[in-house]
Design a protein around this ligand. Structure first.
Ligand code: ATP
Ligand code: MG
Length: 549
């Protein structure tokens, strides 16, 4: 017996022990109406992960029973994203709409059994008649004779009626405490084009009717879904029990993934794309898998994140910084170190000859000497980062300041001299003198140098754009959106800051799109896959986040 690591696996173990199932079969059923986001990723790791752990199978099924807003672009993107995470469905790729014929037959079966009827209530009337906890629903067409139901349903299918004129409802229990069981609608008339079936169908099954049938036909043993479907489970079971499907799948629900400062809803994400608020589904600020990938997240770091979040039965809010910690941990190990100066200030070393140059060897990864070193040229004129200089330093500022000394990483100690300004008061250049005797060691007189800053030889850099990303939204808990507000009222004006005059070390000329680096003392960055000569900040170097104990 496989050891269960969460409640889903405990249920599965029960079903294996009782002999109810012998081989585990799950499915991931995305609706192809947008790109996958990190929330889906949780479902993917559960669906594919469980199948893998139990040496079972996991199908990929496009839940395209609702004809609205579906597109093959999304289907292809969904496949790409799942492969990127390292999962595969083999030859078990399906469309929910492939079962339309079967859905129809099972609906007819229900009518024949006296378990479904054609109803003429409008949506407004249906609302009005649904009753409450003390009053049952009212359904005037419930006792329509079977023959008449069969005839009307067939004519619905044949396109004889306009949208909304009739529905097909399951005959279950008008007094049920669960409103989903009060004779739910299972078919609607919609004269709409379907992305795979064109205009063949003008009646479409509801999700609650179609989904259990799809699962049962495919031999799914455990239909794992997020918590909002819990209340639909009695209906799921009712469908499985009352139509002659070949298998009896079991639905188990898990908590949705919610992340701080992030809205996980394709509808919202699509509106961000369509309004031009972001630069496409793969904007590096988007919580979509393609956005995270472009930002520089790896599939492994996202799987690590999902596993750290775990599988729970109760919804909770996960701090986005946990996700950042996962990629930071990975890149701390794997990313080569490079030097970049994002806000360059020129520094002139007065006592260093203008015609001289030398090189200093710097490690590609200080914790991995086996990754070797590279030579950084050193010349009289260098760049340092504006952040590393303060004309009026705050207390404990150990970087460059008037009359102060600082170590250039791996090179000389310099002492601040004259500060030359432009007409507008900005700094033009800083003149310094280097302690040329000391080289990169400890000063010969034993004086203490507290600060070390990074630098680049001014004659040996490439220019690049660097994008600094932050949360898209300032609202920490997206479930607490005030009633009179919209998410767009909480757009973070600083979700992206573009730095256009950055200086990078020469070796980055060879960086390929998607390559990831630690820019020393600055953060982790990924070469953008769309814009030339642009690096995206994946995540900062440090963060105060401590996981709850
Ligand atoms: P959205 O509102 O973003 O469209 P959805 O649930 O409608 O989400 P589907 O494409 O229908 O999106 O979802 C496919 C599967 O992914 C479903 O089984 C759903 O339960 C799961 N899922 C979607 N969002 C999350 C989430 N935030 N956490 C966990 N699972 C999720
Ligand atoms: Mg959906």
């Amino acid at each position: 017996m496989v050891e269960a690591s969460n409640f889903i696996e405990e249920f599965i173990n029960e079903d294996l022990a009782s002999g109810k199932v012998t081989k585990i079969h799950t499915r991931f059923p995305p609706e192809p109406n947008g790109y996958l986001h990190i929330g889906h990723c949780k479902a993917i790791t559960i669906d594919f992960g469980v199948a893998k752990k139990y040496e079972g199978l996991c199908n990929l099924r496009m839940d395209d029973t609702n004809p609205a807003k579906e597109d093959t672009e999304y289907v292809d993107a969904i496949k790409e994203d799942i492969h990127w995470l390292g999962f595969d469905w083999g030859d078990r790729f399906y469309y929910g709409s492939d079962y339309f014929e079967k859905d129809y037959e099972y609906a007819v079966e229900l009518i024949n059994k006296g378990l479904a009827y054609v109803c003429e209530l409008t949506p407004d009337q249906m609302d009005e008649y649904r009753g409450d906890l003390t009053h049952p629903a009212i359904s005037p067409w419930r006792d329509r004779p079977i023959e008449e139901n069969l005839d009307l349903f067939e004519r619905m299918k044949n396109g004889e009626f306009p949208d909304g004129k009739y529905t097909l409802r399951a005959k279950i229990d008008l007094a049920s405490g669960n409103f989903w069981m009060r004779d739910p609608v299972i078919y609607r008339i919609k004269h709409m084009h379907h992305h795979r079936h064109g205009n063949k169908w003008c009646i479409y099954p509801t999700y609650d009717f179609a989904h259990p049938i799809q699962d049962a036909i495919e031999g799914i043993t455990h239909s794992l879904c997020s918590l909002e479907f819990e209340i639909h489970r009695p209906l799921y079971n009712w469908v499985v029990e009352n139509v002659s499907v070949p298998h009896t799948p079991r639905q188990i629900e898990f908590a949705r993934l919610n992340i701080t400062n992030t809205v996980l809803s394709k509808r919202f994400l699509r509106s961000m794309v369509e309004s031009g608020t972001v630069d496409g589904w793969d904007d590096p600020r988007m919580p979509t898998l393609c956005g995270l990938r472009r930002r520089g997240y790896t599939g492994a770091s996202i799987l690590d994140f999902c596993s750290r979040v775990g599988v729970a039965k109760a919804n909770s809010l996960v701090d986005i910084r946990l996700m950042e910690a996962c990629i930071r941990d990975e890149l701390n190990e794997s990313a080569p170190r490079r030097i970049a100066v994002l806000d360059p200030i020129k520094v002139v070393i007065d006592n260093y000859p203008a015609d001289k140059s030398e090189t200093f060897e710097v490690p590609n990864h200080p914790q991995h000497p086996e990754l070797g070193t590279r030579a950084l040229p050193f010349t009289r004129e260098i760049y340092i980062d504006a952040e590393d200089f303060a004309e009026v330093p705050p207390p404990k500022f150990f970087r460059l300041k008037p009359d102060g000394e600082v170590r250039l990483m791996g090179a000389y100690i310099i002492k601040c001299g004259e500060i030359i300004k432009n007409e507008d008061g900005s700094i033009k250049e800083i003149h310094v003198t280097a302690d040329l005797e000391t080289g990169c060691g400890i000063p010969v007189d034993g004086r203490k140098i507290k600060g070390t800053i990074h630098w680049l030889s001014a004659a040996n850099t490439i220019d690049a754009d660097v994008m600094l990303y932050d949360n898209l939204l300032t609202l920490e808990d997206p479930s607490k959106l005030p009633e009179d507000k919209e998410y767009t009222d909480y757009l973070n004006p600083e979700s992206v800051i573009k730095k256009s005059s950055c200086k990078l070390e020469l070796s980055l000329v060879d960086a390929k799109p998607g390559d990831k680096f630690q820019f020393v003392r600055t953060g982790y960055f990924c070469k953008d896959t769309k814009n030339n000569n642009t690096f995206n900040r994946i995540v900062t170097l440090k963060d105060g986040y401590k996981p709850a104990k």
